[in-house]
Design a protein around this ligand. Structure first.
Ligand code: KIV
Length: 264
């Protein structure tokens, strides 16, 4: 049993901010866990950051189970949450339950994340009733990129903001242990945080959420393309890797590697 259980994460609301990061592999998960981060999400953003897909939509159950198992092997203390891929939970409750169960049974995750608000109430109830803890996710929900017409801040107009507040309340009532708020105005995130009894985990949602999450590749500077404004880059790993690869190539070409000390 990990140190950071679902009840402990819930109890952190109002006491201590919750630090969360994504991971997709064993080595990174070990480092994140060793740093004391409380929740590790195997986010379906790995579709883009690790697998090179254009959106999160193509990633499969098989791929998510594989990456979740690798992450879980690297984690001792943090809570491991698996993102359910697009169309693994939307079509039917029975299918969703069977798929969610696989993350706990085969990949050693302790909870799953699903996108969507009020519409997911019945599904959250079914998961929780069957012992599967759920992390909600509202605001910018990348699996609905085509419906939203792109990756845009959500809840900027009154009607949208009210709908998101209702979504958060319904998810909390249904039994989620926390809710990710992605790309919503900071004032709305604060209102939602004050209105629900479970922690909010913000990404591009301001400083008043109960916790924060970033995509690890983004915060490490290990990503092609432009980072969204809400990402703070804590390292430039991509640049360091590119420099190392080039130096290696030059040394091999120039006969400098391997040297005496690298030989038997
Ligand atoms: O897939 C992901 O990495 C996520 C986070 C951005 C919350 O859903």
């Amino acid at each position: 049993m990990s140190t950071w259980t679902v009840p402990r994460i819930k109890e952190m609301k109002g006491r201590q901010k919750i630090a969360c990061l994504t991971a997709a592999d064993y080595a990174t998960a070990r480092l994140i866990d060793g740093a004391g981060v409380q929740l590790v999400l195997v986010g379906d953003s790995l579709a883009m950051t690790v697998l090179g897909y254009e959106t999160t939509l193509p990633v499969t159950m098989g791929e998510m189970l594989h990456h979740t198992a690798a992450v879980a092997r690297g984690v001792t203390n943090a809570l491991v949450v698996a993102d359910m891929p697009f169309m693994s939970y939307q079509a039917a409750v029975e299918e969703a339950l069977a798929n969610a169960g696989r993350f706990l049974k085969e990949s050693n995750a302790q909870a799953v994340k699903i996108e969507g608000g009020t519409i997911r109430g019945p599904l959250v109830r079914a998961f929780v009733a069957n012992g599967i803890p759920v992390l909600g996710h509202i605001g910018l929900t990348p699996q609905s990129v085509h419906e939203m017409g792109g990756y845009k801040v959500q809840g900027k107009v009154t009607g949208e903001a009210q709908a998101l507040l209702l979504d958060a309340k319904e998810l909390a009532l249904a039994g989620v242990f926390a809710v990710v708020l992605e790309c919503v105005p900071a004032a709305l995130a604060r209102e939602i945080t004050d209105a629900i009894p479970v922690p909010t985990i913000g990404i591009g949602a301001g400083a008043d959420c109960d916790g924060q999450i970033l995509v690890t590749n983004d915060m490490l500077g290990f990503r092609s393309g432009i980072s969204p404004r809400f990402v703070k880059q804590y390292a430039s790993i991509g640049e360091q890797m590119a420099t190392a690869f080039e130096e290696y190539r030059k040394e091999v070409e120039g006969g400098l590697f391997p040297s005496e000390e690298n030989c038997y």
